[in-house]
Every structure is written in structure tokens, then in C-alpha cells.
Design a protein around this ligand. Structure first.
Ligand code: KMH
Ligand code: ZN
Length: 275
């Protein structure tokens, strides 16, 4: 690798709202399972845990008490992890419920920067709600991660940042490969990155088969990486992954082999600007 790059921040999206146990039997659902998955992921090299919660029957939930249970369980096992709660929830969740867990004042939360078709559904993010969530995050001292599924959402983010709506420094997550958003072809990632002012941090979450190639490109391009069962349940074609940690461990290994260190949670806090 040519220039020395900053350490790689690996985020692990351990559960998500769409993945089911029938397709991925190792999906962590309960707070205890999520805590174990988070601990294993952090040991394997993750520093950020992107967190959705489920009820015991597997239904996606935005219940504050459930988030608190999971956060407490994760903290007990792996206090150093950066916990990033989802304000996206599941498609169709009310904006009120999506916002409520921000009251727990996590270090980070996702902030979805626009509306898109999401498979057969519509993932609605009204401009008024984006601004409302951003304001709450500022008020509670929560660092937003800007979830951007196509290039217009990157431009929207920069426009909102210019008028002071977003807490800075900006931290982008390019989510590529959702049917309805931009695909995970390399040209799309390159275009997204080209829109950013110098020095702005970005990561990529490649959905399904895009996860591994986009992660490898991000490692080489100086970006950061998200993996996990929310985005991809396979280790390789047709082979279901054993654990979230298995996916993290591969990324950490590839990064180190390519000469790029993997960030500890403390290093990630500094890079993201939450410390
Ligand atoms: N479940 C997706 C509809 C986020 O966490 O903020 C949205 C999502 C994004 O997962
Ligand atoms: Zn999510």
C-alpha cells in the first residue's frame, strides 16, 4: 500500500431488521445473544456495533426498554465497544418509535438521508424527519452515521451540513446493493467517494454478494468497512457464515495483510470524532 493510511474502522451490523433465523440460524436475537455476538466481533477487530433489536419471537422492535437491555448486556461483556443504535428500524416503523431510543443517548446512531425503494417496500425518510432526527442527535450529543444509498443522499447530507443541521465531523456509510438503491458495482463506490470534500470519513456496507469486494476496495481506498448479518449472511457463495465474528475476522486479516492496521475502539472514537 502506497501512503500510510489511518487504521481501519470495522463496524459489525450483528442483527438488522430483515434477516431471519430460518435463513441464518446463528442470527443473534436476544440481548444475551447480541452481547455474545458483539463481544466476539470486537475481539475479531470490530470497534462499532450497529444495533437493531428484536423481541424474543424475532420481530424487529424499536422499544426503548429492549434497546436498554441489549445495550446493558453488550456493555457488560464488552464495555469498550462503540454502540451505534439504528434509527432506521424496520421498513414501515413510525418515525416517533424510530426516534425514541435516542433518549438513551448512545455514542452513535444511524441517520438515513433519504427515501428509497427497499426491495418490495418503500423506506420512507421524509426531509422533515431527517432534520428532526438530526436535531435530536445534536441535542443528546449523539454522533450520526449518515446512511446513504445513492449519490443524491450524499449531496443532501452535504447541503444539510452546510446549514449546520448535522453534527460534525461527518461520517458517511455508503450502503450499496439494496434493490432500489445504487448497486455495489465499484464505479458506484468511486462516484460516491468523489462527492466528498477532502478529509471526510466514509465506510461502505456492501449488501449480499457485494460485501466482500466492496470491503476490499474500501480497505485499499482509505475508507472503512461494515460487515455483518444485517447486510450479508454468507461467508462465501452458498455457505452460511458461522458468526458475525467470522465475517469481521476475514476483513481484519485482509486489512493487516495489505499493510493497514485495524482500529481499536479507542482509535475509532478519535477518528470518528466522538472523543
Ligand atoms: N432496516 C432498514 C429498512 C438503519 O439501521 O438506520 C433500514 C436500516 C438502516 O437498517
Ligand atoms: Zn441498520
Amino acid at each position: 500500500m502506497a501512503a500510510k493510511m489511518e487504521p481501519l474502522i470495522i463496524t459489525c451490523a450483528i442483527t438488522g431488521a430483515e434477516t431471519s433465523k430460518d435463513k441464518q440460524p446463528n442470527l443473534p436475537i436476544t440481548p444475551a445473544e447480541q452481547a455474545l455476538a458483539a463481544e466476539e466481533a470486537v475481539k475479531a477487530g470490530a470497534s462499532v456495533i450497529h444495533l437493531h433489536v428484536r423481541e424474543d419471537d424475532g420481530k424487529p422492535s424499536q422499544r426503548v426498554e429492549r434497546f436498554k437491555e441489549s445495550i446493558d448486556a453488550i456493555r457488560a461483556r464488552v464495555p469498550e465497544a462503540i454502540i451505534q443504535i439504528s434509527t432506521g428500524g424496520a421498513v414501515g416503523e413510525s418515525i416517533e418509535n424510530r426516534a425514541k431510543p435516542l433518549g438513551l443517548k448512545p455514542e452513535m446512531a444511524s441517520l438515513n438521508m433519504g427515501t428509497l425503494n427497499f426491495g418490495d417496500d418503500v423506506f420512507l425518510n421524509h426531509p422533515r424527519d431527517i432534520v428532526g432526527l438530526a436535531a435530536k442527535m445534536k441535542e443528546y450529543g449523539v454522533m450520526p452515521e449518515l446512511e446513504t444509498y445513492e449519490a443524491g443522499m450524499v449531496e443532501t447530507s452535504l447541503r444539510l451540513a452546510k446549514v449546520g443541521i448535522l453534527r460534525e465531523p461527518l461520517h458517511f456509510q455508503f450502503v450499496l446493493g439494496v434493490p432500489g438503491g445504487m448497486s455495489g458495482e465499484l464505479g458506484n463506490l468511486i462516484h460516491m467517494v468523489s462527492l466528498l470534500p477532502a478529509g471526510v470519513h466514509w465506510a461502505v456496507a456492501g449488501i449480499g454478494r457485494y460485501e466482500l469486494p466492496l470491503s476490499i476496495h474500501a480497505i485499499l481506498m482509505g475508507g472503512h468497512v461494515r460487515v455483518g448479518f444485517e447486510d450479508n449472511i454468507y461467508y462465501s457463495r452458498g455457505v452460511v457464515a458461522r458468526s458475525n465474528a467470522q465475517l469481521v475476522e476475514r476483513i481484519a486479516r485482509i486489512s493487516r495483510e495489505a499493510g493497514r492496521e485495524v482500529a481499536s475502539p479507542a482509535q475509532a472514537r478519535k477518528l470518528i470524532g466522538i472523543q
